[in-house]
Design a protein around this ligand. Structure first.
Ligand code: ADE
Length: 320
C-alpha cells in the first residue's frame, strides 16, 4: 500500500519508522511519504492559511496551496478558471488558483458571494475502488473544470481528518485497508477551506473526511496516525500473528467490545482469573467470553448493542 501524507509538520510521521509500522515499511508492505505542504507555497513566508471569510477566530488553510499540492500528488492537471454558465457567481471548482502568491491580507481567495459548496457535500459514501462517479453526485456537483483524471484504480483515496466529519470506525479501516494508495491531508488551525474536498469530489476523486472522536485536536496529524494504524494493521503480513486481529473489539462479534484478557499467574495479589478460563473447555471459554463481551458492551457502550448484527453473534463456537 502506498501512503502519502501532507502536513505542515511532516516530522510528526517520523515515528512511522518504529515498531510494527517500521517493519512493515522495511518489508515493503507499506511505502510512506510525508510531504511538507509549504513546499507548494510561493510567497516568502510560505503561508498556508488566511482569515476566515465571514469572520471568526483563528485561521483557515487556503485552498490554492492545497490544490497545487493535491493536483501534483493526484496526478491531476491544474484547473483553469471557467465561470459558471448560468449566473455570474463562481462555482467551487472555478475558484482560481491564480491568487496563490497574493498577500493573505488581500483575501483574494475568498469565496465570491453565491458560491455553493453544499451540492457537492457527499459524506464518505463511495466504497474503495468503485468508479469515481459513484462518489461524486454528477447532477449536483458544481460545474468543475474536468482535469485529466487517472483511472479510478490508479487514483489514491483522499482522506482529510476533520472533527466535524462522520466518525471513523473499524468498518472504514477495513474498507480502506483494501485500497492500493491513500493520500492524507492534515489540516491545522481552524481547519481547511471547505472547497478543497468539494473540488476534488467534483473531479471524481474518492474523498473521505473523518473524525476520530468527539473532541478537538490541534491538527490532523494525530488523527492521521490513528487512522493509519487502524488501517495498516489489517494488511496481510502486517501483524506478527494474524489471529490477533480476528477477535478484537469492534470486529469479531460484529461490533462488541472485547472480553477481558488475563495472563499467568492464575492468581496475582489475591485476584484469581475466572475459573472457566482455566478449565480447558474451549466451548465454555468461548461462551464465557461472548457473554462477557455482550455484558461489557451493554454496560459501557449500549449504542453498539443497538447496531448489533445478530447473525454474527450466533456463529458457532470454535471446534478445538
Ligand atoms: N482534527 C482536530 N480534531 C480532530 C478529530 N477529533 N478528528 C479528526 N481530525 C481532527
Amino acid at each position: 500500500m502506498k501512503i502519502d501524507i501532507v502536513s505542515v509538520f511532516p516530522e510528526y510521521f517520523d515515528v512511522l519508522n518504529l515498531s510494527l509500522f517500521g517493519k512493515a515499511q522495511a518489508k515493503g508492505l507499506v511505502e510512506v511519504t510525508a510531504h511538507n505542504l509549504r513546499d507548494w507555497t510561493h510567497d516568502v513566508h510560505h503561508s498556508v492559511d488566511d482569515t476566515p471569510v465571514g469572520g471568526g477566530a483563528g485561521m483557515v488553510m487556503k485552498p490554492a496551496v492545497w490544490a497545487e499540492c493535491l493536483d501534483d500528488l493526484l496526478g491531476l492537471e491544474p484547473a483553469t478558471v471557467t465561470p459558471s454558465s448560468n449566473n455570474s457567481n463562481t462555482s467551487v471548482a472555478a475558484t482560481t488558483d491564480a491568487t496563490a502568491s497574493v498577500p493573505s491580507t488581500a483575501n483574494a481567495d475568498a469565496a465570491p458571494e453565491g458560491t455553493d459548496i453544499a451540492a457537492s457535500e457527499e459524506s464518505n459514501a463511495a466504497p474503495v475502488n468503485t468508479t469515481a462517479d459513484a462518489n461524486a453526485d454528477a447532477s449536483d456537483a458544481p460545474a468543475a473544470p474536468v482535469s485529466a483524471v487517472p483511472p479510478a484504480s490508479d487514483r489514491p483515496v483522499l482522506i482529510f481528518p476533520n472533527p466535524s466529519a462522520p466518525l471513523f470506525t473499524q468498518r472504514d479501516a477495513t474498507e480502506l485497508s483494501h485500497a492500493d494508495h491513500l493520500l492524507f491531508g492534515c489540516g491545522r488551525y481552524e481547519g481547511y477551506d471547505a472547497r478543497i474536498p468539494a473540488y476534488y469530489r467534483a473531479q471524481g476523486v474518492d474523498v473521505r473526511e473523518y473524525s476520530i472522536g468527539d473532541y478537538v485536536l490541534n491538527g490532523g496529524e494525530v488523527a492521521v496516525s490513528v487512522m493509519l494504524e487502524a488501517i495498516t494493521r489489517l494488511l496481510p503480513g502486517f501483524m506478527g500473528n494474524p489471529e490477533s486481529i480476528v477477535e478484537e473489539s469492534y470486529t469479531g462479534e460484529g461490533a462488541l467490545l472485547e472480553h477481558r484478557q488475563y495472563t499467568k499467574p492464575a492468581e496475582w495479589r489475591g485476584i484469581r482469573v475466572p475459573d472457566v478460563l482455566l478449565s480447558g473447555d474451549h466451548g465454555k471459554v468461548d461462551r464465557f467470553r461472548r457473554d462477557e463481551a455482550l455484558a461489557r458492551t451493554d454496560e459501557i457502550r449500549p449504542d453498539l448493542i443497538a447496531k448489533l448484527d445478530c447473525a454474527a453473534l450466533s456463529k458457532p463456537d470454535r471446534k478445538t
